[in-house]
Design a protein around this ligand. Structure first.
Ligand SMILES: CC/C=C\C/C=C\C/C=C\C/C=C\C/C=C\C/C=C\CC/C=C/C(=O)SCCNC(=O)CCNC(=O)[C@H](O)C(C)(C)COP(=O)(O)OP(=O)(O)OC[C@H]1O[C@@H](n2cnc3c(N)ncnc32)[C@H](O)[C@@H]1OP(=O)(O)O
Ligand SMILES: Cc1cc2nc3c(=O)[nH]c(=O)nc-3n(C[C@H](O)[C@H](O)[C@H](O)COP(=O)(O)OP(=O)(O)OC[C@H]3O[C@@H](n4cnc5c(N)ncnc54)[C@H](O)[C@@H]3O)c2cc1C
Length: 593
């Protein structure tokens, strides 16, 4: 039996359990968008009167709403959404219309067959002027018959890469009239006579997206911890090959390559969990501030949520695939649960803002800071970005005898983020001095801009991980988590080694030191690995995996799982005699001739 130190209570909190709720689904459920986007939109974009009317009914599930923003022709570029909402002052109504095939709303979760309401993002026209995309709360189907209302065409978009229990749908409006007050009126308003009242910040209507981006960070932690659990447990029972000849087959978890493949995903899962808690607190605080008229934190929240969403989803996608591959052939079976978890998790690289676009949004924020630094301004006591203003050590110090609280490692990440940010800013300026316009220069720097964002987000993730582990008082838990922290930090050093070596900041010797610290951490984690994943206390039901069963009875249950396949209901299937049997009989007859 694997060594079992005290359980680690890392994820036994409410937020993490909400993601279990989603995956219980398993990959989403009819109320996914209702809970995740429609209700947050009502909370943050409906005025008091609208909240009084809509919120109790939404919370009580008297209707199911989705969030219908993306169109067949546009997902990223919201400025070019084509659905229109034109105000008619005579009747004090908006007329919703889908003018082109590409304006068809396409992708919204639960739109196809479940929802009877939708938050609809449409270009708002009043008094002959377009004021950009605004949200409207629109009824789509009759609450009794569930039939689409007049002028509305709605349906499911068909099978997808995954999440096929979610009825992502399409939606077209043919001059559908909706009351003036169906426009969310907390921020922007249209008065009865058609006058438009602008919001204090023109992106406050985007808050539902920000919420999901923030939620995705913990969601990716959840996916990584679930799949690491499956991979660790299976690797602790799977015996294959010998290390010492004649000593008998070993658990594949004893191979260093197996540890190097799985344990960093475990460490990243914890890192993302801790940053996920941070960004969700920042979201909640910022929404409270907005309610009190303070929008100062909006840009920080946008920049950090975009960057974290892009980085954590990308690494989760890669990490889940590593966990799958670490489980050999059985990892490729649906019985493993990996196809299900992977196909749900990778959707988050695309939805809620495609990752490249999100990285570039954060880069916009970094370029503003770079401009301030180059102008000699001092930092504005913002803990997320202040380090960019500071001058760190000229050389990497990660191999110094004592690195209290990994200060030297963090300063290496800060150095890379600072250098990458300032260098790409300088290039942006140089290209414009050479005659390119800003937009062209921006596009010509886009890859380096994305690298600056990744380096900045890595710094944030690492610092948050160090700070949160430092707060733990239970020494037995702390020592186990510090092994994972050590692995995470030095693994990240090797992941960004090119950037650290490129300007001579880090030496090849120090890179070797980082690798040594990784192998050391792998060894320390190995005896606790099963206990660490057991401490997450995932139910077998949510793991959806024969390989990851808590009781470890994989082989008996793998056979049972296979035998339960419909294909095995009878020994001989009808198709045999109809096709293969007939083919072979004819072949035998022919060979007798
Ligand atoms: C269904 C799934 C079920 C189960 C899941 C299973 C398990 C759970 C595990 C993982 C998932 C975890 C949690 C989520 C759970 C489930 C998922 C539920 C639902 C998800 C379904 C998906 C929904 C969607 O995809 S909704 C549509 C999303 N679409 C987008 O994100 C569009 C992206 N594009 C944009 O946001 C914008 O176009 C833009 C790229 C930001 C550009 O903005 P814009 O066009 O206005 O113009 P500019 O670039 O010029 O920006 C101007 C200016 O504004 C600032 N700005 C932009 N946006 C914001 C913002 N949101 N807040 C604040 N400020 C903003 C920008 O910085 C510029 O400022 P400066 O000029 O000063 O730089
Ligand atoms: C599983 C799933 C669920 C979804 N659920 C919903 C939902 O509930 N509601 C909803 O409204 N939408 C939903 N969406 C749609 C999702 O938000 C969009 O797919 C996403 O915003 C990307 O837009 P797009 O698909 O039009 O891709 P595009 O915007 O066309 O992008 C295509 C490619 O071009 C690149 N690109 C685009 N613009 C730029 C740029 N400015 N700079 C650099 N590269 C760029 C992108 O990086 C991307 O790789 C869902 C999508 C998926 C996959």
């Amino acid at each position: 039996m694997e060594h079992a130190p005290k359980a680690i209570d890392v994820t036994n909190d409410v937020e993490m359990r909400t993601f279990n709720f989603f995956t219980m689904g398993i990959d989403g459920h009819p109320l996914g968008l209702h809970l995740d986007m429609a209700i947050p939109t009502i909370l943050n974009n409906a005025d008091e009167e609208q909240q009084k009317d809509w919120l109790p009914k939404a919370a009580n599930r008297e209707f199911i709403a989705t969030y219908a923003q993306t169109e067949m022709g546009h997902g990223t570029n919201l400025k070019k959404l084509e659905t229109t909402a034109t105000y008619d002052p005579k009747t004090q109504e908006f007329v919703l219309n889908s003018p082109t095939i590409t304006s068809t709303k396409w992708w919204p979760g639960n739109l196809g067959k479940s929802s009877n309401y939708a938050v609809v993002m449409a270009q708002l026209y009043t008094q002959g002027k377009c004021h950009g995309a605004h949200p409207f709360f629109v009824q789509l189907r009759d609450l009794n018959t569930h039939k689409p209302l007049k002028g509305i065409t709605v349906g499911d978009i068909g099978p997808k890469f995954g999440m096929n229990t979610v009825d992502n749908g399409f939606l077209q409006f043919d001059h559908v009239r909706t009351p003036r007050r169906s426009m969310f009126m907390k921020h922007a308003k249209v008065l009865p006579d058609g006058r438009y009242v602008p919001p204090v910040h023109d992106k406050l209507n985007y808050s539902a997206m920000v919420f999901i981006r923030a939620a995705i960070v913990s969601g990716m932690a959840y996916h990584l911890l679930v799949t690491s659990t499956i991979a660790v447990r299976y690797s602790a029972i799977r015996r294959q090959g010998e290390i010492t000849p004649g000593a008998g087959e070993v658990k594949v978890l004893d191979y260093q390559t197996q540890q190097h493949r799985i344990f960093p995903q475990l460490a990243r899962g914890l890192a993302f969990r801790l940053s996920g808690q941070y960004i969700m607190k920042l979201y909640t605080q910022t929404m409270d501030d907005i309610r009190n008229g303070d929008i100062s934190a909006v840009p920080d929240l946008h920049a950090l949520s975009c960057g974290l969403k892009a980085v954590t989803t990308h690494h989760a996608a890669l990490g889940l695939e590593q966990c799958r591959m670490a489980c050999g052939g059985h990892g490729y079976s649906q019985a493993s649960g990996f196809p299900l978890h992977y196909s749900v998790a990778v959707g988050a690289c695309t939805y809620e803002g495609e990752n490249m676009v999100m990285l570039l949004q954060t880069a916009r924020h970094l370029m503003k800071i770079a401009k301030a630094i180059r102008a000699g301004q001092s930092p504005k006591s913002n803990k997320i970005v202040d380090y960019l203003f500071h001058k760190g050590p000229p050389k990497c110090l990660i191999d110094q005898a004592y690195d209290t609280n990994y200060r030297n490692v963090l300063e290496s990440f800060e150095h890379l983020a600072r250098r990458q940010t300032l260098e790409v800013y300088d290039k942006l300026v140089q290209l414009q001095q050479q005659g390119r316009n800003y937009e062209q220069a921006w596009n010509d720097c886009a890859v380096e801009l994305c690298k600056a964002t990744r380096a900045h987000v890595r710094t944030f993730l690492a610092r948050t991980f160090v700070e949160e582990i430092d707060k733990i008082s239970d020494l037995s838990i702390k020592s186990v988590l510090q092994d994972l922290l050590q692995l995470y930090l030095y693994y990240e050093v090797t992941e960004c080694a090119t950037g650290l070596l490129e300007d001579g900041f880090m030496t090849g010797q120090q890179h070797k030191y980082a690798k040594k610290k990784i192998y050391e951490a792998l060894e320390k984690i190995r005896p606790n690995a099963v206990s660490i994943v057991d401490s997450f206390d995932f139910q077998d039901r949510e793991l959806h995996s024969v390989l990851g069963r808590r009781d470890g009875n994989v082989y008996e249950n793998l056979l049972k799982w296979a035998q339960s396949s419909p294909l095995n209901k009878t020994d001989v299937l009808p198709f045999h005699h109809k096709y293969l049997g007939k083919m072979m009989e004819e072949a035998r007859q022919r060979s007798k001739i």
